[in-house]
Design a protein around this ligand. Structure first.
Ligand code: ZN
Ligand code: ZN
Length: 140
């Protein structure tokens, strides 16, 4: 694959826009992680993290405004914008991969495989999506 092909790139940013990055849109895998640490880190039922080679990732702006919290004794981290708190990408512990929160992308990632992990720790309140009534926009 031609790594310089701009048509195959996807951008992402934090909510306040100060951190901006660009990635080759060809992700090896997407993990939906229900572990207790990811629940706390995200404040939600699961983390949605993409994995990609570090060579396919470029910071475009604001990487000096990132803080990282590393969970002791676990290979889990939370990388976030110091200004707005949004989750942003971080390098794996061996430095080979970037882990990218899928929600910070500005488009649809191309993913080879999707996996749900740590489903044993899935909170019961997050299941039964089909029982939650759907609304196109905010519910009054
Ligand atoms: Zn921000
Ligand atoms: Zn997790």
């Amino acid at each position: 694959m031609n790594m310089n092909d701009k048509s195959n790139k996807i951008k992402g940013n934090c909510l306040c826009g100060s951190i901006l990055f660009e990635i080759v849109n060809d992700f090896a895998k997407l993990y939906f992680c229900n572990c207790n640490q990811c629940r706390k880190i995200t404040g939600s039922a699961f983390a949605s993290n993409l994995f990609i080679d570090v060579e396919s990732f470029d910071w475009l702006a604001g990487s000096d405004g990132i803080a990282i919290y590393k969970v002791p004794n676990r290979d889990i981290a939370k990388s976030f914008c110091r200004k707005c708190g949004s989750g942003v990408p971080w390098p794996s512990s061996d430095g080979a991969m970037m882990i990218v929160p899928a929600g910070c992308l500005n488009g649809e990632p191309e993913v080879k495989g999707k996996f749900r992990i740590f489903t044993a720790e899935e909170p019961r309140w997050s299941t039964d999506f089909e029982l939650a009534r759907a609304h196109q926009e905010f519910l009054d």
